[in-house]
Design a protein around this ligand. Structure first.
Ligand code: ADP
Ligand code: MG
Length: 251
C-alpha cells in the first residue's frame, strides 16, 4: 500500500488555549513496501503526522491517501510513543489485542499472539502484567501489539527510545527480517539519525517550524542492513546528509 501525503496541514484547536499549528504543507509519498523514516527535533509535529496517517486525527488541509492493493486485513497499525498497554491484561493478551475479537480459525489467535510475543523477545514473560515489566520490555510489548494487528501500513512513533543498545539492535534485526518477508509499508518516526538510516530506504527531515519537509535522503545500502556496519559508505553518507539537512533546517 502506497501512502500519499499531499500538502497536509494541521492545527490543534482543543479549546483549552489558542489554536496551535503543528503541521503546514507536508507532502510525502511512501512507496508500497518501503521503509521510510521521518526525523526532526522535539515538537516539530512527527507524532501529529503519524496520528493523521493512522486516522486518529483528520488533516485540516490537504489529504492522506492509501493507494494500492490490500495485503492485510487492516489498513494501518501504530506503535505509540508511550506503550499504552492495558494494565489489567497479561502481556500476551495485550500483544494479541488486534486478533482478540477477530474471526479466526481455532488456535490461530493464540499462534499469532505467541509468534509476535516471541518475535519482540518476550517469550516466557507472556503471563506477566505490564507493571511487572521494565520500561524497555513494555515498549517491546507495544511493538508486538502493533505487529500482531497485521496491517498494510506500520506506523512507528519512536518505538525503541526506551531500549538499551543491545536490545535495540536485536529488535531492529527482527523488524527488518519481518518487514523484508511480508511487504508492509513502514513509517518510522525517530530522533535517532543512525537508527533512521540503518532501517530505512529513505529519510525525511522535518524542521522545527511547521512547513514543507526540508529534504528526503536516499539510503544507498543493501539489505539486510543488520549485518552491515555503521562505517558502510552508503550508511555513513546518508547519516552525514541527514545531519546536514537537520542543521540547515535549524538555521
Ligand atoms: P513531536 O512528535 O515531533 O515531538 P508532536 O506532533 O507531538 O511533536 O507535537 C507538535 C506540536 O503540537 C508541539 O508543539 C506540541 O506541543 C503540539 N501539540 C501536540 N499535541 C497537542 C494537543 N493535543 N493540543 C495542543 N497542542 C498540541
Ligand atoms: Mg512525538
Amino acid at each position: 500500500m502506497r501512502v500519499e501525503i499531499d500538502n497536509v496541514g494541521f492545527v490543534y484547536n482543543d479549546g483549552a488555549e489558542r489554536p496551535h499549528r503543528a503541521l503546514a504543507s507536508v507532502s510525502l509519498t511512501v512507496p508500497s513496501g518501503s521503509f521510510h523514516a521521518v526525523v526532526g527535533p522535539n515538537g516539530c509535529g512527527k507524532s501529529t503526522l503519524l496520528r493523521l496517517v493512522c486516522g486518529l486525527n483528520r488533516p485540516d488541509e490537504g489529504s492522506i491517501r492509501f493507494v494500492g492493493d490490500r495485503r492485510f486485513q487492516h489498513p494501518a497499525a501504530m506503535v505509540f510513543q508511550t506503550p499504552r498497554l492495558l494494565p489489567w491484561w497479561t502481556v500476551e493478551r495485550n500483544v494479541g489485542t488486534g486478533v482478540e475479537f477477530a474471526d479466526r480459525p481455532p488456535g490461530m489467535k493464540e499462534r499469532v499472539r505467541d509468534f509476535y510475543t516471541s518475535l519482540v523477545g518476550l517469550a516466557g514473560l507472556g503471563r506477566r502484567r505490564p507493571d511487572q515489566l521494565s520500561r524497555g520490555q513494555q515498549s517491546r510489548a507495544g511493538l508486538g501489539r502493533a505487529l500482531a494487528h497485521e496491517a498494510d501500513v506500520l506506523l512507528l512513533d519512536e518505538p525503541f527510545a526506551a531500549l538499551d543498545a543491545i536490545s535495540r539492535r536485536r529488535i531492529h534485526e527482527q523488524l527488518e527480517r519481518l518487514w523484508m518477508a511480508d511487504g508492509r509499508t513502514a513509517i518510522l518516526v525517530t530522533h535517532d539519525i543512525e537508527e533512521a538510516v540503518m532501517l530505512s530506504d529513505r529519510v525525511s527531515v522535518m524542521s522545527a517550524i511547521p512547513g514543507p519537509l526540508v529534504e528526503t535522503i536516499e539510503v544507498d545500502a543493501e539489505r539486510p542492513r543488520y549485518s552491515l556496519s555503521s562505517t558502510h559508505p552508503g550508511i555513513r553518507s546518508a547519516v552525514i546528509q541527514t545531519w546536514d539537512a537537520l542543521e540547515r533546517s535549524a538555521k
